[in-house]
Design a protein around this ligand. Structure first.
Ligand code: 13P
Length: 344
């Protein structure tokens, strides 16, 4: 492993004014997004859609430091035969790849999930590196139970320490394998915002998850200088009657991350997790306005960058310029938020 090079890539991923486009929806997830805009999820439509994003010159060259791809996409060519990976590189952005293989029920822990995909990961990483990937992503999912009778997807006693431990262990196994393959791991332990829990419950669960994750990363000798953390924000559950303000989310998230994430980590890039486009931008901006942070703090958004361009495009070739304008706008807003210069 060449740690200096890993560190260089990680720093480029969180360069001021830039952030990451998460375009790594699995076939199942992109189908859901396409269903919403009444577009059939064929291989060609998926390619056309992603080609539209990666050819958005303004957004890609100025605001998007890297793109997380799904396995299908990393091997796909644009309509003119250029590999999609090349389009990303030509725009000055870094190609990355989602390498987890989704979740499975965790035995003994009803309602909880464990992320899978470690088998043969070393071989897969080698092929992805040859294709141009310089970073990877693995997402663990932690649900917050409703505490009984509420509207959360889990139940009382969730998350269990078992679910937190096995997911942290897998994240660290993945991260160590990535670094051995000269690929920067994005470590993503996502505490879901589904449910009726308040922001303080989210804070407490996320703190437990992050502490355990960094403990495992240390045990498995992952070099913190060569990774990026992709966490959720400390935020109210979607169905919580009392929604925390932008300022409260920003202050609590910064406090939480400062207490859990070592300064050796070059950067933190948030997931949007179901926040609206504008909320995701406002929260990131408010955190960067607080300032004085030991790591770069930016976005690695999927939905909050893509909902608008998906709607504008709606599967029609003549809407490509409108889709690109919508994408460029969101990318620019989040780019501004990554330096605390966005204004509502
Ligand atoms: P969202 O921003 O839509 O949550 O997606 C980011 C991501 O990569 C989730 O794994």
């Amino acid at each position: 492993m060449n740690l200096a090079d890993l560190n260089k890539v990680a720093l480029a991923m969180v360069a001021p004014g830039k952030g990451i486009l998460a375009a790594d929806e699995s076939s199942g997830t992109i189908k859901k997004r396409f269903d919403a805009i009444k577009v059939e999820s064929t291989e060609d439509n998926r390619r056309d859609y992603r080609e539209m994003l990666f050819r958005s010159q303004d957004a890609m060259s100025k605001y998007i430091s890297g793109v997380i791809l799904y396995d299908e996409t990393i091997w796909q060519n644009a309509k003119d035969g250029t590999p999609l990976v090349k389009l990303i590189e030509q725009a000055g952005s870094i190609p990355g790849i989602k390498v987890d293989e989704g979740t499975q029920p965790l035995p003994g822990c009803p309602g909880e999930l464990v992320t899978v995909g470690l088998d043969k990961l070393a071989e897969r990483l080698k092929k992805y590196y040859e294709r141009g990937a310089r970073f990877a992503k693995w997402r663990a999912v932690i649900d917050i139970g409703s505490g009984g009778g509420g509207s959360g997807t889990g139940g009382r006693g969730i998350p269990t320490m078992t679910a937190i431990r096995v997911n942290a262990h897998a994240l660290a196994r993945y991260a160590a394998l990535c670094q051995a393959a000269q690929i920067v791991p994005i470590v993503e332990p996502e505490v879901l915002m589904d449910g009726d829990h308040d922001i303080d419950r989210c804070y407490e669960v996320t703190q437990r998850v992050l502490n355990r994750t960094f403990q495992e990363l240390r045990v498995q000798r992952v070099a913190l200088e060569g990774m990026i953390l992709k966490p959720n924000m400390a935020i109210s559950g979607k169905k919580c009657p009392k929604q925390a303000s932008v300022q409260e989310v920003a202050e609590k998230t910064v406090r939480l991350l400062k207490s859990c994430v070592p300064a050796a980590v070059p950067g933190i890039a948030f997931l949007s997790g179901g926040q609206s486009d504008e909320e995701a931008t406002a929260h990131l901006d408010a955190m960067n306005k607080i300032g004085n942070l030991p790591w770069g703090l930016t976005f690695s958004y999927g939905r909050a960058l893509q909902a608008a361009p998906q709607k504008a495009w709606s599967g029609k070739a003549e809407n490509v310029p409108a889709g690109q304008r919508a994408f460029s706008h969101r990318a620019r807003m989040n780019g501004l938020a990554s330096t605390g210069k966005w204004d509502a």
